[in-house]
Design a protein around this ligand. Structure first.
Ligand SMILES: Nc1ncnc2c1ncn2[C@@H]1O[C@H](COP(=O)(O)OP(=O)(O)OP(=O)(O)O)[C@@H](O)[C@H]1O
Length: 237
């Protein structure tokens, strides 16, 4: 994205959530976004993924400029070229794990065909082989999040956007999910952007973008949890 500015509200209540932000996510990289509460992390993720339109600036995914797309085209692009992983999993309770994973392909109708080999690879690498016919209610939090990750990847999206993907998980399960995300990035060349408050989660990324008051003030490369935590303490202190 280049020169992206996004204001919420209007008049005296207007808040500039993103202020002339430019960032590039290299293909096959794992990037985390951190910053104090209200610094614009969610707005960054929403603008970068086409959920919100910026007031100014351009957002490109692959070679497509999102600004030029109609609402319908944008919805299609989000569904087929972008993967989303949220804290609350957002799985459909009536469907099995496998049906949840393949849902984005079915929603795309004739535009996409299920790549069965890729499905097998995803089920295998997310460790869900024994659980594919279980419904979300019969799965642990970590297993549900792994289903959500496999679902985000089934269309081989250009980018996966993850918002606090380990927020609802205990520490051990959360680390296993982060380990999985990092492995998928490095083994399949998937591009991932993750918003997090957790310095340990951020340390799994190749780089951390630090947002303060709607601006990227620093980029930490190959961050350690200690370095990120230290930087955040100084920012918030
Ligand atoms: N729909 C909205 N209407 C008005 N103001 C908003 C809206 N969404 C966000 N904001 C404001 O924009 C700023 C950035 O919000 P954003 O949610 O992007 O921050 P964040 O870093 O994700 O915060 P948190 O860590 O608390 O989730 C905040 O000041 C917030 O109050």
């Amino acid at each position: 994205m280049t020169g992206v500015t996004k204001t919420h509200g209007s008049g005296r209540n207007a808040v500039t959530a993103l202020d002339d932000v430019s960032a590039e996510l290299p293909r096959g990289s794992f990037t985390a976004v951190m910053g104090p509460s209200g610094s614009g992390k969610s707005t960054f993720l929403h603008c970068a993924s086409g959920l919100q339109r910026p007031d100014r600036g351009t957002v490109e995914i692959g070679d497509r400029d999102l600004g030029g797309l109609s609402e319908t085209a944008l919805t299609e692009l989000r569904r087929e070229r972008i993967g989303f992983v949220f804290q609350g999993f957002n799985l459909l309770p009536a469907l099995t794990a496998e049906q949840n994973i393949t849902l984005p392909v079915r929603l795309a109708g004739r535009r996409l065909r299920l790549d069965k080999q890729w499905l097998e690879q995803l089920v295998d690498s997310t460790g869900l082989s024994e659980r594919r016919r279980h419904r979300p209610g019969e799965l642990s939090g970590g297993q549900q999040q792994r289903v959500a990750i496999a679902r985000a990847l089934i269309t081989r999206p250009e980018v996966v956007f993850a918002d606090e993907p380990t927020g609802a998980l205990d520490t051990t399960t959360g680390r296993a999910v982060l380990e999985l995300l990092r492995r998928l990035v490095h083994e399949t060349g998937q591009t991932v952007l993750m918003v997090t408050h957790d310095p340990v989660a951020a340390s799994y990324a190749d780089a951390v973008l630090l947002l303060v008051d709607g601006r990227i003030i620093e980029v930490l490369h190959s961050p350690t949890a200690e370095a990120v935590a230290g930087r955040m303490t100084r920012l918030e202190g």
